[in-house]
Design a protein around this ligand. Structure first.
Ligand code: ADP
Length: 354
């Protein structure tokens, strides 16, 4: 571990890594990096490297863990053994269990779990390289991965931390600031500014706390923009309609559409008198009955009526035949069943006798 620096902020008001006190580290977001996961995200934030995979909603096993009215969210935060200078012992630790719990709670208010009773949504956050702020980095990546998985959410969750070094509040702590600073306040919030995670390590006055929250809010706003951009970049590509090879095709489609609209309009114009008749007819049920009873005025219509009657008669005959066929088949089936049953009964009694 590196030694404690003498000063965290220089005479120009810049931090050890050259950032302003209210400046977040550079962030890179890549979506859909794992083909087997339903949603995934790889995020780099300064020297942090985080990979998140989301699975679900899928049926929860064992079934006794299922919730009748909502989906269960499982969140596993894990640091790879090689993610820090000294090897981390694999497996859950007190710290990783705590971070997993608070991170899950950071998503519970936004994920619409009531839509998937009996299901589970699994979030696996793997820290490949750690450099302070890994829980907030993992939340930012998880938020995007959940969206990538198509999990219905009220909005994205963004997270960042504010700390205190040399008596000054600084946004998004680096490793030295995190390890040797006077305070660390990680916060996650929804895009509406609702806080879903708030932890604090160290000391702050009330005034500092209020100011720190404001700084976090601004940090989260910037991160939200990056998350949205990353999602737009992916889904704008995925959902893009295939563009025809030649511009002419586009024109053809447009022209064809216009033709269809014109035809429909013409048809509507020519049908208007009929539509009026229908409207009038609708006004009186008696009128309708009279119309039906009136003899067909033209020969063609009379022929149509005769044809219809003949067709109906044919249909009825066919139907009768079908009914007979079905009845015959049914009787045959019953006979077969009875024969089988008798056979089974005889065999059964034979077996018993033995
Ligand atoms: P966060 O990463 O969310 O800021 P902490 O404040 O607990 O969480 O940790 C700060 C940093 O300390 C981590 O990002 C990591 O770089 C380092 N760190 C945490 N746990 C260990 C560990 N077991 N061994 C070595 N370094 C660690």
């Amino acid at each position: 571990m590196s030694d404690k620096p003498e000063k965290f902020i220089d005479e120009n008001g810049l931090r050890l890594d050259g950032r302003q006190i209210n400046e977040i580290r550079q962030m890179k977001i890549k979506i859909g990096v794992l083909s087997r996961a339903d949603g995934s995200c790889y995020l780099e934030w300064g020297n942090n490297k985080i990979l998140v995979a989301v699975y679900g909603p899928r049926e929860l096993h064992p079934r006794r863990l299922q919730k009748a009215d909502s989906a269960l969210i499982r969140y596993r935060y894990n640091m790879a053994a090689f993610s820090v200078e000294e090897r981390i012992r694999p497996g859950p630790s007190r710290r990783s269990i705590e971070i997993s719990k608070v991170s899950r709670e950071a998503f519970e208010p936004v994920i619409m779990t009531h839509l998937y009773p009996g299901a589970v949504i699994d979030v696996f956050a793997e820290v490949l390289q750690a450099d302070a702020g890994t829980r907030t980095a993992a939340i930012n990546a998880a938020s995007v991965a959940l969206a990538d998985a198509g999990i219905p959410m009220k909005g994205l969750v963004s997270a960042c931390a504010v700390g205190k070094v040399d008596g000054q509040l600084v946004l998004d702590l680096n490793k030295a600031e995190d390890n040797y600073g006077q305070a660390d306040l990680p916060v996650a919030m929804t895009q509406d500014g609702e806080i879903t995670l708030l932890q604090m390590d160290g000391d702050m006055t009330q005034e500092e706390f209020r100011k720190a929250l404001e700084m976090c809010k601004e940090g989260c706003r910037q991160i939200l923009e990056m998350q949205k951009e990353a999602l737009k970049a992916k889904f704008a590509d995925d959902t893009a309609l295939p563009v025809p090879d030649e511009a002419e095709e586009t024109v053809d489609v447009a022209t064809a559409l216009e033709d269809v609209v014109e035809e429909a309009e013409e048809a509507a114009d020519s049908e208007e008198p009929e539509a009026e008749e229908t409207e009038e007819a609708d006004e009186s049920a008696e009128y309708l009955i009279e119309e039906d009873l009136e003899p067909a005025p033209e020969e063609t219509e009379a022929e149509d009526v005769e044809d219809e009657t003949a067709a109906e008669e044919l249909d009825e005959e066919d139907a009768d035949e079908e009914v007979l066929d079905v009845e015959e088949e049914f009787i045959e089936l019953i006979d077969e069943d009875t024969e089988d049953e008798e056979k089974v009964a005889t065999e059964g009694s034979e077996t018993r006798e033995q």
